[in-house]
Design a protein around this ligand. Structure first.
Ligand SMILES: [Mg+2]
Length: 437
């Protein structure tokens, strides 16, 4: 019996793991992919992630795509979009942080969260809190997760793997031995194939057999890690939660190359501001805000100049960013230079919470720009991306070169007559928004 068996949860640690993360994100963002066998990794020609529908056909990672297509002829192959995956990941962490401040960003689709001491806060059992977290994440991200709850990180991680997809497994102190009775040692994170073979040689095949040996056995055979895992697997947590957010991971960038290159200042600025509009639409779609913005211009000879600066206040508002981006542009742009590309990078992303404005800031204006962004997003959802846009990017309508994010052109856009853009064709009025200060 474990020494902690009298208590059900002396500590409560949660491990959350998204199911088939990359393909689930694609399916959440493109509902027409739901229920279909999907893989991502097209750009490398291999399966980087397979949806459960694809797995049912026998498609596995890292199979070559042509092989995967042979066994599943209806397979949908998508290029990986790591920027979007990391934004969804950022959102996952921020949802968890609304429940508890102690969250470890373990990997792009996995996290640990400390629930100890929260029963009184939520007037609920640890199992109920864990299920509430699971439900909230699934609703907000539109994908399923598997959740494990136990007394240590190592145990919680085994739990989340127990029932996939969309599973929930909680193992309390007195249930540990029964849970680990038939658990093969390879299920332990930290026991690689060599360790598993070595343990088998010493007659240890299940995790229970491992923790029933004296600690000295674990230490002698596997050193410090062996002893740490021995404690962890008995429900005696040794590994702390590493709660510092992983810095500099999530960035969002939008780039636009145009031919022919141009030295027309209004045109180049408009291209950059259109990058900004697109980037901020995506930022808000993922409920994030930004603290630093970079502006980069690539000249005809491929030389690139840029400037990066921190904002005095994080924002998700296109209006807020416009003056800032324009100021950066003014410093980077050189007259009589032909430019072929503009890029905008949003860095230092964080969850967009309603923040207490600084004493010296205009709270009304902050609220107003927020409301405007919301209204613009709603109008664009109805009438098409960029239907409502900044007056400064209006000149781009003459060029009709703004394609979808991945360069795919919708049929309705191709159907336009010469000199006519698709919005004119479907008779949507063009609204220009000017914000008075
Ligand atoms: Mg996963």
């Amino acid at each position: 019996m474990s020494p902690v068996s009298l208590h059900s949860f002396p500590r409560a640690l949660l491990h959350i793991d998204c199911d088939a993360f990359f393909t689930s994100v694609e399916q959440a963002l493109n509902p027409e992919l739901k229920g279909r066998p999907v893989v991502v990794g097209k750009e490398r020609g291999i399966v980087a992630c397979a949806s459960y529908e694809a797995k049912a056909w026998g498609v596995r990672r890292p199979m070559a795509l042509h092989e995967a297509k042979k066994i599943c002829p209806t397979l949908v192959c998508m290029p990986s979009d790591y920027e979007t995956y990391s934004l969804v990941s950022k959102r996952l962490y921020s949802i968890l942080r609304t429940f508890t401040p102690d969250v470890e960003e373990y990997s792009i689709d996995e996290a640990f969260a400390e629930l100890s001491g929260l029963r009184r806060v939520y007037h609920a059992s640890y199992e109920e809190i864990a299920l509430k977290i699971k439900q909230t994440v699934e609703e907000e991200l539109g994908l399923t997760v598997s959740v494990g709850l136990s007394l240590s990180k190592s145990l919680a991680k085994i739990c989340s793997k127990q029932k996939k997809p969309a599973g929930f497994t909680a193992v309390r102190g007195f249930e540990i031995d029964a849970f680990l009775k038939d658990m093969p040692t390879e299920r332990v994170c930290g026991f690689g194939p060599n360790t598993v073979a070595l343990l088998a040689k010493h007659g240890v095949r299940t995790v229970l057999e491992y923790i029933q040996r004296p600690e000295a056995f674990a230490r002698k055979l596997l050193g410090k890690i062996g002893s740490e895992l021995w404690h962890e697997l008995k429900g005696d947590a040794v590994y702390p939660l590493l709660t510092a957010p992983k810095e500099g991971q999530a960035t969002l960038s939008k780039t636009k190359t145009f031919t022919p290159s141009s030295d027309d200042k209004d045109f180049v600025r408009a291209q950059l501001l259109r990058n900004m509009e697109s980037a901020f639409i995506k930022l808000r779609r993922h409920s994030l805000r930004v603290k630093g913005i970079g502006v980069y211009l690539t000249a005809h000879d491929f030389s690139t100049r840029g400037l990066y600066a921190d904002l005095t206040r994080p924002t998700a508002s296109t209006m807020d960013a416009t003056a800032f981006v324009t100021a950066l542009f003014e410093r980077v742009f050189e007259a009589k230079t032909r430019y072929r590309r503009t890029s905008l990078v949003l860095a230092d992303l964080e969850a967009d919470r309603e923040a207490q404005p600084d004493l010296f800031e205009d709270a009304c204006r902050i609220r107003a720009t927020r409301e405007i962004s919301k209204a613009v997003d709603q109008a664009n959802a109805l009438y098409g991306k960029h239907a409502v846009h900044l007056a400064a990017t209006d000149c781009l309508r003459r060029f009709g070169q703004h394609l979808g994010d991945r360069g795919d052109v919708a049929q309705r856009k191709l159907a336009a007559l010469k000199g006519e853009n698709f919005r004119q064709r479907i008779r949507i009025p063009v609204w220009n928004l000017r914000l008075k200060d």
